[in-house]
Design a protein around this ligand. Structure first.
Ligand code: NAD
Length: 267
């Protein structure tokens, strides 16, 4: 691994207590990035930060509810106070709760759209405003928003999540157009089925609403019937693309959403 690849990158990573956010934080830190971990789960981010520091990396953490404006501003400020500036944002925190169309409620909508759509805009705006304040540098500021196959596809049991991830694609496009004049690029990547706590919970919820009969069936069935590569993925399948988008190698890209889904959505 190139320990200098992400040297000088000072990042805020949301939803970093577990799953892909935690895996990417470790992967980036191992390549020289300084990472501030934000999450509702303080114990989780402290543990991940301790592991990074024990491995010789630079990490700090901050309590963050991405739906809260004061929290978002404070998380950006904590990154700046700790590392001197912020030049990279991984807008990763996300939630899901499946319901069939007739059963969708306002609270289900508010919960998912609140975190996945407003939460991403909220943290992105606070980070971008700080980058604008810092002024143009001789490197590109980077914002990475995490989408999903459901940024480009739709399934019947996850209408609101589909709406929220289409909103992420809109945010990438509009953000790229809004921020390029400040030397900020906005891109994203879109995982497919990734075995994290989010999918374990989703698997339980899908059994509860009657979409699948038994636990574990959803992942295997989707892998068999919908993924060209015939397997679901793990956070390790995603970290490389996230590092590419964080590095100078992707400097001439903006407004793009890269699929990392084993061939589920091909456009
Ligand atoms: N797991 C998948 O199959 C999959 C597929 C496509 C996209 N994604 C997306 O990837 C991202 C990461 O997913 P994951 O599978 O690692 O999830 P995860 O559930 O394992 O981790 C998500 C993290 O976000 C945090 N979080 C939730 N709400 C928050 C809030 N309001 N403020 C701050 N933190 C909050 C949680 O505490 C948790 O640590 C999400 O945006 C998700 O939508 C996941």
């Amino acid at each position: 691994m190139d320990k200098q690849r992400l040297a000088g990158r000072k990042a805020l990573i949301t939803g970093a207590a577990q799953g892909m956010g935690a895996a990417i934080a470790k992967y980036w830190a191992a390549q020289g990035a300084e990472v501030c971990l934000g999450d509702l789960n303080i114990e989780g981010i402290k543990k991940v930060a301790d592991e990074i520091i024990a491995d010789g990396g630079k990490a700090t953490y901050v309590k963050l509810d991405v739906t809260n404006e004061e929290d978002a501003a404070a998380a950006v400020q904590h990154t700046v106070d700790t590392f001197g500036e912020i030049n990279l944002l991984l807008n990763n925190a996300g939630v899901n709760k499946p319901l069939f169309f007739p059963d969708i409620t306002k609270s289900n909508y508010d919960f998912i759209m609140g975190v996945n759509a407003w939460g991403k805009l909220n943290v992105m705006q606070k980070a971008a405003n700080q980058m604008i304040k810092q002024g143009k540098k001789d490197y590109v500021y980077k914002i990475i928003n995490v989408g999903s196959i459901l940024s480009r596809e739709a399934f019947v049991d996850v209408t609101v999540y589909t709406m929220s991830k289409h909103a992420v694609l809109g945010l990438i496009k509009a953000g790229a157009k809004s921020l390029m004049e400040h030397n900020i690029t906005v891109n994203g990547y879109a995982p497919g089925v990734v075995r994290t706590e989010m999918w374990e919970q989703l698997d339980r919820d899908l059994v509860e609403i009657g979409m699948f009969e038994k636990p574990g069936q959803s992942m295997d069935s989707i892998a068999e019937n919908m993924i060209l590569m015939k397997r679901y993925s793990y956070p390790e399948d995603v970290v490389g693309t996230a590092a590419f988008l964080a590095s100078a190698e992707s400097d001439y890209m903006t407004g793009q959403l890269l699929m990392i889904d084993g061939g589920m959505v091909i456009q």
